[in-house]
Ligand binder design. Structure first.
Ligand code: AMP
Ligand code: MG
Length: 355
């Protein structure tokens, strides 16, 4: 099927594009749309047939559940049976925003959405285009990232098109996303609540509202850039093999270049933070990652990344897409600081480096 791309803007939400999207969703079609994290691939969360098409389009394993997006807190009731006190506190503080809550599911939610499990993951996104789509369609939308399974998530409509052209019906192009990496996921059905995935909202922000979280072993601090092989699923990965480097970035880059490989080095640089990227309400990201320097002697591209987790998150996926476009053979990434505010970035880099 040909994939249609329609431009949308936050200033003019009464556009034909939203009516078109509503019509596509009503017949179990797939619509990619921007959120404040990455582009999502949306389908009617109540339709098992529509949700099945998401898994086919992405090549996603059936046991990997989807996040359901709703327009507001009232919308949660349509998909979940309980609203624990911790959920109410977190929603009050962080919704709309990049925080996903795992709740007991309603029977009306197809098993395909939840991987057959008894819980459903829900969030209210902060992007005006996502909210307008949810309101216009009147549906909860199951929406994973709009890319083939295990690839780098899309932060621009062009990334979606490249990954899923011909496999989905419509892309709403609302420009680059501002957050850059995925939402934080908290299971609020347990006591203490559990961190299932670190994301744009930091664990410190969550813990300030509901107290200590239980964390999976794979997220405890480690000074090694990589966990034992096989501990993590490969995910968020560029085409070129990615390697994390602790300090010896330059010598490793030189070594790889010396063996004839073209290297992209994602380097941490203490540059000032652009205010726009601090913004989590979905305005377009003002930083365009640029391939900053081509060392004449070495076959190497260097991208300087901000030494700030929020600004870094906003750029990392676009940077990996850009290095793949540039045709590098290997990507080196400086390992970020071992502090909690970098937890989500370290998680994504670890998975991207998993072979
Ligand atoms: P993606 O949409 O690709 O960002 O991935 C969504 C992630 O949400 C999945 O990889 C799951 O780990 C997580 N998730 C979704 N639903 C649930 C659930 N009911 N319980 C636990 N984790 C979930
Ligand atoms: Mg994904």
């Amino acid at each position: 099927m040909p994939t249609e791309v329609m431009r949308v803007s936050a200033d003019d939400l009464n556009q034909a594009a939203f009516q078109r999207a509503k019509a596509v969703l009503a017949v179990d079609g797939l619509v990619a749309f921007p959120t404040e994290t990455v582009y999502g691939l949306g389908a009617n969360a109540f339709s098992a047939a529509a949700v099945a098409r998401i898994f086919t389009a992405k090549g996603r394993p059936a046991n990997n559940p989807l996040i359901v997006h709703v327009a507001d807190v009232a919308g949660v009731e349509r998909v979940a049976t309980e609203w624990p006190a911790n959920a109410a506190r977190l929603a009050e503080r962080f919704w709309p925003g990049p925080l996903t809550l795992v709740l007991p599911k309603r029977a009306e939610v197809p098993d395909a959405v939840t991987g057959g499990g008894p819980t459903v993951a829900v969030r209210v996104p902060a992007h005006p285009v996502a909210l307008a789509l949810l309101r216009t369609s009147g549906l909860p939308l199951a929406a994973p990232s709009a890319n083939r399974s295990s690839q780098v998530s899309p932060t621009q409509a062009a990334h979606v098109l490249r990954s899923l052209e011909g496999r989905i019906d419509l892309i709403l192009d609302g420009g680059p996303t501002s957050g850059g990496i995925e939402s934080t996921i908290i299971d609020v059905t347990t006591e203490p609540p559990r961190l299932l995935r670190p994301g744009l909202i930091t664990t410190a922000q969550v813990e300030a509202v509901i107290g200590s979280l239980e964390r999976p072993v794979t997220m405890v601090k480690t000074s090694a850039p990589l966990p034992a092989p096989g501990m993590l699923e490969r995910h968020y990965a560029p085409r070129a093999p990615l390697e994390c480097v602790s300090e010896a970035g330059m010598s490793r880059a030189a070594e790889l270049c010396g063996s004839g490989l073209r290297v992209g080095w994602v380097k941490l640089a203490p540059i000032s933070v652009n205010q726009e990227t601090q913004d989590q309400v979905g305005r377009p990201n003002q930083i365009t990652p640029l391939v900053a320097g081509l060392d004449a002697g070495l076959n190497m591209l260097v991208v300087e990344m901000p030494l700030d987790p929020t600004a870094y998150s906003a750029q990392i996926y676009a940077t990996l897409h850009e290095l793949d476009d540039a045709g590098v053979d290997r990507i080196l990434v400086d390992w970020p600081p071992e502090t909690d505010d970098w937890l989500a970035v370290r998680d994504r880099l670890r998975r991207a480096a998993t072979q």
